[in-house]
Design a protein around this ligand. Structure first.
Ligand code: AHR
Length: 498
């Protein structure tokens, strides 16, 4: 197989918003309890946060973490999670049929996020609750002092306001599974009024209106049009969620999942811009792709019938080399849309469909998908360039004809170095890639890291935590403004040129 690319700084998509490398911590399964928080664990600090997990989180360089849900938020009372821990109520979490002890709430999460070097993207409950609780929550978090809610926060140990900037107006309100599911019109009205009140408390916040739960939702498109018609003026971002898995033995379609992401993003942008035109609005909305990942939903069918338990092990997917290649490709899709996608949250951070796994009382380790996430987050910052690509293609059952090469380039903040992210979707053949960088004549050398393996189903686990890791391939050399690389079959690649 052979393909070619021209990388030219004249073809700019836009600046990368680092928040596309965000993540998500939900009160779900073992994400919070025995994930980020486990008092009594050998590495726990005085607040009960696992230091081993924090170290792995820092390795991802996560700028923003969405919290506390997810489906969980749609029946959550945030007030249950503040004040003396011994006085907090234990409740049934209706979304995940779990026991919620409320030992972690907003104040603990803010402390944890500070130690992780991340800001919080907070979600309010617009399922069972509404305007009043949402505006009180903003007041608790962001108002300096001298009001009932802000003084409660100060009494709970946080004298300075948290200054939480990004707020989600509910979660997946289009989904019939959501507690307090609404029609697009009813949700749009509520989001507009709740958002208006929240912004009156703190005019500096950014608001995310809840979009479609996935691109196959029967209401997709209509949901965005109707909710945005009601809420356009109030909000800044519209959310999208997308999860992918391999169906049966159709690996070619799975490897091309980013094609679906590309089409999904383009459709949401088109719909938002349609509402903008019809409503004569001047501002342009951006996208918060605030849940995305590989998730083998078929592996976890029936979990809704498990007995109600505290911190049960729910949806703990174990990820392979192939899954890591797809995750790397989904990040390429987010980068390609840097002009409109301003926030992305890989769902979720620890244990639950996560790059980081923990054993209760035991070690923490990296899943395969950790690596493309960490490397893209570290090196994919700067300005996205649209490479001009020539690639062989093949037919897939789910997406039609797709190119075998997918790539994007990022001109780093020094305006000199380039990071090239590339996927070879062919399962069996290596791909020779000719790269033309003649318009960047200072580039001479670089490094080539790849996620590829003789066994595309290989995984990391507690006993083999580094079985899947990036491999260093032959260092590329630029000669006369051109270089040649070989992308292994079924691989995700990072090529750094300086
Ligand atoms: O991330 C797991 C779940 O997926 C979230 O709670 C929900 O928003 C989505 O359906």
């Amino acid at each position: 197989l052979s393909a070619s690319l021209i990388v030219d700084p004249a073809f700019r998509v836009g600046a990368v918003d680092p928040r596309i490398y965000g993540s998500f911590v939900e009160h779900l399964g073992r994400c919070v309890y025995t994930g980020i928080y486990e008092p009594g664990h050998p590495t726990a600090d005085a607040d009960g946060f696992r230091q081993d997990v924090l170290e792995l989180v820092r390795g991802l360089d996560v700028p923003i973490v969405r919290y506390p849900g997810g489906n969980f938020v749609s029946a959550y009372n945030w007030e249950d999670g503040v004040g003396p821990a011994a006085d907090r109520p234990t409740r049934i979490d209706l979304a995940w049929r779990s026991i919620e002890t409320n030992q972690v709430g907003v104040d603990e999460f803010q402390r944890w996020a500070g130690r992780a070097g991340a800001e919080t993207m907070m979600a309010v409950n617009l399922g069972t609750r509404g305007i009043d609780e949402a505006r009180a929550f903003v007041e608790y978090c962001n108002h300096p002092s001298g009001t009932a809610w802000s003084d409660r926060r100060r009494a709970n140990g946080a004298s300075d306001p948290y200054g939480i900037k990004v707020w989600c107006l509910g979660n997946e309100m289009d989904g019939p599974w959501q507690i307090g599911h609404k029609t697009a019109f009813d949700y749009g009205r509520l989001a507009a009024e709740a958002g208006k009140a929240m912004r009156l408390v703190d005019p500096d916040i950014e608001l995310v209106v809840s979009g479609s739960s996935h691109s196959r939702m029967p209401t997709f498109g209509t949901w965005e049009r109707v909710t945005l018609t009601e809420a356009y003026d109030v909000v800044d971002h519209i959310s999208m969620h997308g999860y992918y898995q391999q169906h049966g033995d159709d690996r070619d379609s799975f490897l091309a999942s980013a094609v679906d992401t590309d089409r999904f993003i383009d459709a949401v942008v088109a719909t938002a811009d349609h509402v903008r035109a019809v409503g004569r609005h001047s501002k342009r909305l951006t996208i918060a792709f605030d849940e995305w990942n590989v998730w083998y939903q078929s592996r976890f069918a029936g979990q809704e019938n498990l007995p109600i338990a505290e911190a049960p092990a729910l949806i703990e997917d174990v990820y392979s080399v192939t899954d890591a290649v797809v995750v790397g490709n989904l990040l390429i899709s987010l980068l390609r849309h840097a002009d409109r996608v301003k926030i992305g949250c890989q769902a979720q951070l620890v244990n639950v469909i996560a790059p980081i796994m923990t054993a209760k009382g035991g070690p923490a380790w990296r899943q395969s998908i950790y690596h493309p996430y960490a490397l893209t987050s570290r090196h994919g910052r700067g300005t996205v360039l649209r490479p001009e690509a020539k690639s062989p293609s093949h037919e897939t059952a789910a997406h039609g004809e797709v190119p075998l090469l997918d790539a994007v380039a990022v001109l780093q903040d020094d305006d000199r170095s380039v990071a090239l992210f590339a996927v070879n979707r062919d399962q069996h053949e290596p791909m020779t890639l000719d790269v033309d960088v003649r318009s960047l004549p200072h580039l001479v050398t670089g490094e080539h890291l790849a996620i590829a393996d003789d066994d595309p189903d290989a995984v990391n686990d507690r006993d083999h935590p580094d079985r899947v890791a990036p491999r260093r391939l032959a260092a590329p050399k630029v000669d006369g403004g051109r270089l040649q690389l070989v992308l292994p079959p079924l691989s995700w690649n990072l090529i750094r040129l300086t």
